[in-house]
Structure formats: structure tokens, C-alpha cells
Ligand binder design. Structure first.
Ligand code: 7MF
Ligand code: ZN
Length: 879
């Protein structure tokens, strides 16, 4: 909790620690009331720093009781050291010594889910970023790397499974009925990668043979009821291990790799060395209950955590400002893995769309920060879309600049040069530069400048000289603390399309896509031997995390929708056309005019539905209108209800006018077969279900069809799509079906945690779920404020997706959110500060709504015991 004014930490103040820790031996006595921890630390003076005298050893530690300290086995009297709420300061008289610390903690009372805590009946840990300091006093910073051993002493009846990092080296039953196990991790690591799990867990075993022929035992631990939900995660793990060998030449380095599923977890998962801990919703799946989306998410997250073994664990971060070093790189790695396992263009569309709808607003808002931030108050607040997703785009740009082979040379150099070290984004860029003999000096600005660059493009065709020029101007809007920006180095992939829709050759080799290096604020590029006026296809494959502005007409966008050879831009042309039309309708709606739809959108959609040139996955993507969030991002002032009405009108009109085509497409893709989450089947289901969503808007027949699909589906993707469609449909009949479906769903799945999260979220986002209904659901036995998944499913989904009711005119939605933030501020500060996001963007909304949101931020600010997490976000939002 905050003192007067929480302290800001600056990157420029980074200093190496005064002491290193070479060996950390931990012993845990796990009890029902409390847990006692003994830490034996082998400490050594850091001689690369200048010391006039031996500085005190200052160890981080919060929320625990110090029982005793000794140095080299000599007890230290309490008047010789100082303990504050944040640290323990010990006098030092030697350059090398052993500190033994006994502390007592209360995992049972730990609702923050950081450090050691309880989830159901098991003990588990989450230490990244600074959770280890809630377990024992320590140098809790990633550049302090030690070898760890963990001894766990507990009642074997309650905790038959007792796990930690590395290898099991001892297992004995003690005289008092307790059991003692010891784990040793041969690799040195920062304490944020420490993990401990103890509980009554079942284990599903598998194995993997590495490329050098070593056998690795794979173990997935979960509550006994879930052993039938482990197969997909284990399959994904084996695929990830193989992929990292094939693509990066990186082998796994221990003889055992464990994953544990826990129900109470603040994030998706955590890459602890040899012992990954997963939010159960990101690892457990079986065909009867999991949707295609769940299968794909599990594949990606298992891969992400596994890939951290090299990009994060073997080579880690020097300090938390370097977080994107491991996260941006690992997100890039997991995205490439998913692209290889599924459809590459579809994965690219999903990622670019996600970045534009979610990260661009962050980068334009009050918490905007560079990929490598320069300061923070609470590091947990910097696990952001900017650090992760924009960070991955920055790595992707390097990949595109140096090419596939060059990138491999760079990553080989990076991993070999820095194996076992804690390094910086600068070290990463240097390895890429040196391995490829390129200069990334200007490119480095992507790490230090925040904000989304806007590239304005104009063109000119000189028919007489067959010359075509593109003039590009880049601008980056001011962001907090950064008013002026220097130009970025932007790799800008361009194609030129002729009047028949064919790509023009752009150089002697006949290449049809060229990557222009934009480096100046304004620059002109000339193409010669251009035989006719082309239409440009800009930033192909989303070649940089930028906004591109070019004055396309609606007719030109239609042309690109059916002809662009770049899958991403073909999709994007459809998005641009729809956004342009919907934005105009928003204006008409606000002016009280009757809405009419530009026939061109109908024509464009019709040709999508009747053309044979698109695969099913792409077609499904192209039939989805831009989300309300993306439309909002494209508006100067956000009127959430008008956006909702306008978009809804377009959907209904398309549904009516293309009824025949949607029906035919639904029928053609409604093929009875056994469920398999393969790329082809997933594409087919997504196409079928988007057609169903339009059909349900068209008439009562469509509603009957959804109801029929809900009842007859042989898989959860189809069943849940139908439920969600019904839950958002307006007719009396639909409301009745939705109610029946929700009741039967609950009846059937009330004991399945993952299903109940789905059940909560489909209601929370439902167009007819008002605030009163949300209050009711919070009282439901299925809800639990101490479980982050439930909070996200109900409160998070309501605030982020239920535009109509969250943004109601009287501001009650905002007040509700603030109430929940204040409750969570005490229970779980990380959750509280994340939940806040929607009202931090108050400046983007119409004046009335903006003022109502701001009022709630001010109310939160007045709270006495505000956590650093919430304080930082609220205070920045009010600046
Ligand atoms: C895929 O990054 C992509 C991102 C930190 C916790 C997992 O491995 C992680 C952890 C947060 C936000 C997103 C992700 C993670 C965390 C994540 C997971 C899977 N080191 Br916070
Ligand atoms: Zn990660």
C-alpha cells in the first residue's frame, strides 16, 4: 500500500547490485495456518563496483514476519539490523558470507496471487516480476542469478505432490509423519523464475526425445477431475519443442518439464524454469467442452511459455525496463509457431487486428510508454500490449530487415554470446546488427519512442515517362513526456496493382513487393517502367506497426478487396471500406437521419460470398465487420452508442440483402463430422458460424436455425456460437431460447470451471444484459471476486464488450466499475489496475461521458489505501 507518494523508478538510475548471490537454498515448512521459510544465501561482494567500505546488504521483502537472521551461522541481534515494510538491511563485515533468514508467511491469506498463495487446496507461487520478495528477503531483481535448491516439508496426505524447479534429488519420510523432498535446479536463475507447487494433483505423463537423442519426461499436473483435459496441451508442448529445434536450433536442457494447472492465477501462464504454471483456462481442454478458440489459445500459450526457456530463462533481462527483450521476442516466436501450425495469413490478420484495436489506443492514451519504458512506479503495470505485442512487431521488423537466415544468424549469436546472462534490448539489437552487418542505429528509436507513427502517402503517375512516385510523410503524435519525435526507420512493403488486378513487376528480378526503407520525415520513392496508372497496396502484410493514410475511394477499396495479392491488405481493404461507411452512418445517426447503406458494401460482400478464390478461413475473416472498438479507434470523438447502432444497422442490412447467399454458405459448410480442431475444420466452423450470425439477424427462421444448432451441435464451438448469437438477438423468441439455453448450459456444466467462465462471459457481453443483471450474477454461486478468471469473465467482459450498458448515459456503468476497482484494490491490486483500463481513456469520449468517467477516476484517487498499481494508472490518467 502506498506511502505518501509512491516512488518512481528510472532506467537511467540502473546500477549493478552491491552483492551477488551465488547459491540459494530454500526450505519450506508448509502448514495449514502459516508457512515457515528458511533461506540460506551465499553472498559475494560485487567487486566491479567501487566501494569505500562494505555497504549494508539490503534485501527486498514485504508482507512477512522475520523470525531470525544469522550471518555465517552467527545469530544477528535485532538491534543490529533494520526492517521496514519494504526491506531488511544487514551490516556486512566480509566480502563473502552466508546469510540465513527465517521468515513466516501466510499463503492462506494471500489474495494478491503474488508470492506463495493457495488456489483451492493447493499451494502455488507466482514470482514475476517482484513476487519473490513476498516469500523471503532477497535481492529481488533479475540480474541477480543464483543456483537454487528447494526443500519442501509437508503433510503427504494433504500434499502428495510437492514440486519445484529442476530435478528431484531427495525424497524421505520424516519421523513426525511429514515428508521431505528436495529439488535442485542446475541452471542459475533470477528469483522471478522460482516456483513451488504442493497439492493433491493427478499427473498425465508423456515424453519427448530431443534432436540430440535425450529423453525428456513431460508431466502435466492437475486436479484429478481434469485428467481428460490434458492431451492437447501435451501435444502442443511436443510440437513446440520440435519447432524450437527446427527453426532456432534450440533444445530443451533438463530431463524433466512440468506444467501445473491452477484455477487462481492473475495471468495466462508463467515460464518458471522446468515448472511452468498455467491458468487452468489456458491449458485444459477436451473436445466436448473446448471451443476452437480455446484449442488455439492453448497451443499458443504452451508454446510461448516453452519458448521462454531460451528467450527469457537461459538469456534473461538485466532489469525490468528490458521486459520486452524476453516478451516481445517470445511473442514473435509464438506467433511464428502458430503461423506454421495453422494458416499464416489468418494469424497475421488476427495479430495485426489485435494490435490496432487494443495496442494503438494504449499508445494514444494516458499510459502510453515506449517498448522499453524509461520509468515506472509499479512494474506489474508494464506487462502491456505495448511491451508484448508492439515489442513483437519490432522484432518482426528486424526479422524482415535482415531476412530469415540473417535472423537465425542473429539469434544464434545472441543465445551463444549471452547464455547464462541478464542482458538488455541493446544486446539483442547488437547481436542482430553484428551477425548481419547492418546498421540499426535509427531503428532503435522503436524501443525508446512511444506513440503510433502515421504515414501519409500521396502518389503521382507520369504517363509520358512511365514513372510513378510515392511521397510519404511520417508523423508521430505527442505522448506523455514525449512531445517531439525523431523519424522512425519504417520498413514499408509496397506493391503496385494494374487495372486488371495483377501485381506489376517492380524491379529487374520481377519482384512484385518491395520493402521501402522510410527514414526521413518526408521522402519520395520513384518507380520506373510503370506502364499504366497503378493502385498502390501499402504496408503489405502489416510490415510495420503504423497507421497508413492514403485517399482510397470506396470503389478502389472494393477493387483491392477482390484483387490484392497480399492477404492482409485484401482483408484490410474490406475493413477500410466498412469503417468508412460506418463512420458516415455514425454521423447520420447523430444527426437524426434515417440510415441507408451504401450498396457497394452489399456488392462487395456478395462477391466475397460467391467468389471461389478465397479459402474458408480468409472468407470468414473478411465477412466479419470491424469491431466497435476498431471503429472507435478510427473516430476523433467516440460516441459508443451511435457506433453500436450504426454497425448493427449495417449487419442487419447485409443479413437481409444477402440472405440467400448466407444461407447457401451456411448449408455448404454445415457438414456433419466428428470434431477435430484442425486448421481446415476450424476455418469451416468459423465460416458457418459467421453466416449463422447474419442469418439470425434476418428473420425468425434464422433464430430457429440457431436454436437448432445449439441443441444439435456435436461440439462446443458450434454450440457456444449459437448460444452467443441467441444471447445477442432481439426477438421475444430469441430471448426465450437464450434463457432456456443458459439454464440448460448451467445445469449441464456447473461443475466445470472453464465452462462456467464461458457461461458468465457470454452473459456479461450480452446486448440485453443490463447492470442489474450483472449485479445479480455477482451474487450467483458461480461468481467469486477472489478468482481473477471470474472477475474478468463477468466484470471485465461487461466493461470492455457490453458497450450499450457499460456506457449508459447516467454513468452508472462507470460508477459500477469504480466500485469493483476499489474492492479489488485491497484483494488483488494487479487485477484492480487492469480492470480500470476502459475509464482511463476518458478523453477520447464525448464530453458528457468523458466527464462521468473522470469523476470516477477522481473518486478512486481519494481512496486512502490505494495500491501502487492503481495509484499509478489513475494518477497518469488524470494528468
Ligand atoms: C502468451 O509472459 C502471450 C503472453 C508474464 C505473465 C505470460 O510468459 C508470460 C509471463 C502477462 C501477460 C501476458 C502473458 C503472460 C503474462 C502471455 C501469455 C501467453 N512471463 Br502479465
Ligand atoms: Zn511471456
Amino acid at each position: 500500500m502506498k506511502d505518501a507518494q509512491p516512488r518512481t523508478i528510472y532506467l537511467k538510475d540502473y546500477q549493478e547490485p552491491d552483492y551477488w548471490i551465488d547459491q540459494t537454498d530454500l526450505t519450506f515448512h508448509l502448514g495449514e495456518d502459516h508457512t515457515d521459510v528458511t533461506a540460506v544465501l551465499q553472498v559475494r561482494l560485487n567487486k566491479s563496483k567501487q566501494h569505500e567500505h562494505l555497504p549494508n546488504l539490503v534485501l527486498d521483502g514485504t508482507d512477512m514476519q522475520l523470525l531470525s537472521v544469522s550471518i555465517d551461522n552467527q545469530p544477528i541481534d535485532s538491534n543490529q539490523y533494520t526492517v521496514t515494510t519494504e526491506n531488511l538491511s544487514l551490516p556486512v563485515s566480509k566480502e563473502q558470507f552466508v546469510v540465513t533468514i527465517n521468515t513466516r508467511i501466510k499463503p492462506q491469506e494471500n489474495t494478491s496471487l503474488e508470492g506463495l498463495y493457495r488456489s483451492n487446496d493447493m499451494f502455488c507461487t507466482q514470482c514475476e516480476a517482484e513476487g519473490f520478495r513476498k516469500i523471503t528477503y532477497y535481492l529481488d531483481r533479475p540480474d541477480v542469478m543464483a543456483k537454487f535448491s528447494t526443500t519442501i516439508i509437508a503433510d503427504p496426505k494433504k500434499y502428495p505432490v510437492m514440486l519445484s524447479n529442476g530435478n528431484l534429488v531427495a525424497d524421505e519420510h520424516l519421523a513426525d509423519g511429514l515428508r521431505k523432498v528436495k529439488w535442485e535446479d542446475p541452471f542459475k536463475k533470477p528469483c522471478y523464475l522460482f516456483a513451488l507447487v504442493a497439492g493433491d494433483l493427478a499427473c498425465v505423463d508423456d515424453e519427448f526425445i530431443t534432436q540430440s537423442g535425450r529423453k525428456v519426461a513431460l508431466k502435466l499436473f492437475t486436479e484429478a477431475a481434469n485428467v481428460d483435459k490434458c492431451a492437447h496441451a501435451l501435444l502442443s508442448l511436443k510440437r513446440s519443442m520440435k519447432w524450437d529445434e527446427d527453426v532456432y536450433g534450440r533444445e530443451y536442457d533438463l530431463d524433466i518439464f512440468m506444467i501445473v494447472a491452477v484455477d487462481h492465477f492473475n495471468m495466462g501462464a508463467m515460464e518458471n524454469k522446468g515448472l511452468n504454471i498455467f491458468n487452468s483456462s489456458c491449458v485444459l481442454a477436451k473436445p466436448e467442452t473446448a471451443t476452437d478458440g480455446t484449442y488455439q489459445r492453448i497451443e499458443a500459450i504452451v508454446a510461448h511459455e516453452y519458448f521462454h526457456n531460451w528467450s527469457g530463462n537461459r538469456v534473461t533481462c538485466r532489469d525490468w525496463f528490458q521486459l520486452s527483450l524476453k516478451e516481445g521476442f517470445t511473442v514473435f516466436r509464438d506467433a511464428e509457431f502458430s503461423a506454421d501450425m495453422n494458416s499464416r495469413p489468418v494469424k497475421r490478420i488476427e495479430d495485426a487486428n489485435f494490435l490496432r484495436t487494443m495496442q494503438f489506443p494504449e499508445d494514444a492514451g494516458p499510459t502510453s510508454h515506449p517498448v522499453r519504458p524509461a520509468s515506472y512506479i509499479e512494474i506489474s503495470n508494464f506487462y502491456t500490449l505495448t511491451v508484448y505485442e508492439k515489442g513483437a512487431e519490432v522484432v518482426r521488423m528486424i526479422h524482415n530487415i535482415v531476412g530469415k537466415e540473417g535472423f537465425r544468424k542473429g539469434s544464434d549469436l545472441y543465445f551463444s554470446r549471452h547464455d547464462g546472462q541478464a542482458v538488455t534490448t541493446e544486446d539483442f539489437v547488437k547481436a542482430m546488427e553484428e551477425a548481419n552487418n547492418v546498421d540499426l542505429t535509427q531503428f532503435r528509436r522503436w524501443y525508446t519512442q512511444s506513440g503510433t507513427p502515421v504515414v501519409q502517402v500521396s502518389d503521382n503517375y507520369d504517363a509520358a515517362n512511365k514513372r510513378y512516385t510515392l511521397t510519404v510523410k511520417q508523423k508521430c503524435p505527442p505522448t506523455p513526456g514525449q512531445v517531439e519525435k525523431a523519424p522512425f526507420h519504417i520498413p514499408f512493403a509496397v506493391g503496385l496493382i494494374d487495372s486488371l488486378g495483377n501485381d506489376m513487376p517492380l524491379d529487374e528480378q520481377g519482384n512484385t513487393t518491395l520493402v521501402l526503407d522510410i527514414k526521413e520525415a518526408e521522402q519520395t520513392f520513384t518507380f520506373s517502367n510503370i506502364n499504366e496508372q497503378p493502385l498502390p497496396s501499402l504496408a503489405r502484410d502489416f510490415s510495420a506497426p503504423i497507421k497508413v493514410e492514403y485517399p482510397y475511394t470506396r470503389d478502389q477499396l472494393m477493387f483491392l478487396m477482390s484483387h490484392d495479392n497480399d492477404g492482409f491488405n485484401r482483408w484490410d481493404a474490406g475493413q477500410k471500406l466498412a469503417v468508412d461507411i460506418i463512420k458516415e452512418l455514425v454521423e447520420h445517426q447523430r444527426a437524426g437521419m434515417t440510415l441507408t447503406l451504401d450498396e457497394r458494401l452489399v456488392t462487395a460482400y456478395k462477391s466475397l460470398l460467391t467468389s471461389a478464390s478465397l479459402d474458408k478461413a480468409m472468407l470468414a475473416k473478411m465477412l466479419a465487420l470491424p469491431s466497435e472498438d476498431y471503429i472507435a479507434e478510427e473516430c476523433d470523438v467516440i460516441y459508443p452508442l451511435s457506433i453500436h447502432v450504426a454497425r448493427d444497422f449495417v449487419r442487419r442490412t447485409l443479413a437481409m440483402k444477402l440472405h440467400k447467399q448466407f444461407k447457401a454458405c451456411y448449408a455448404a459448410n454445415n457438414i456433419e463430422k466428428a470434431y477435430q480442431p484442425t486448421a481446415d475444420d476450424i476455418a469451416e466452423r468459423s465460416l458457418k458460424n459467421i453466416c449463422l450470425s447474419y442469418l439470425t439477424l434476418a428473420d425468425e427462421q434464422g433464430i430457429e436455425l440457431s436454436w437448432q444448432q445449439y441443441q444439435q451441435a456435436n461440439n462446443m464451438t458450434d454450440r457456444f456460437s449459437a448460444l452467443s448469437i441467441l444471447e445477442n438477438a432481439v426477438s421475444v423468441k430469441a430471448r426465450d431460447y437464450a434463457e432456456q439455453a443458459l439454464a440448460s448450459f448451467y445445469q449441464q456444466w456447473q461443475h466445470d470451471v472453464q465452462m462456467i467462465e464461458q457461461w458468465l462471459s457470454v452473459q456479461a457481453g450480452g446486448e440485453y444484459t443490463d447492470l442489474e443483471k450483472i449485479h445479480q450474477l455477482m451474487q450467483h454461486e458461480a461468481f467469486d471476486m477472489k478468482n481473477p478468471n471470474k472477475v474478468r469473465a463477468l466484470i471485465g467482459v461487461f466493461a470492455n464488450r457490453n458497450k450499450v450498458h457499460f456506457h449508459r448515459d447516467d454513468g452508472a456503468g462507470y460508477a459500477f466499475l469504480a466500485d469493483q476497482v476499489l474492492v479489488l484494490n485491497r484483494l488483488n491490486p494487479q487485477m484492480a489496475s487492469r480492470l480500470l483500463t476502459p475509464i482511463t481513456r476518458w478523453k477520447r469520449y464525448d464530453e458528457t461521458r468523458g466527464a462521468l468517467m473522470k469523476e470516477q477516476l477522481q473518486r478512486i484517487m481519494k481512496e486512502k489505501d490505494l495500491s501502487k498499481d492503481v495509484y499509478e494508472i489513475v494518477s497518469k490518467s488524470l494528468q
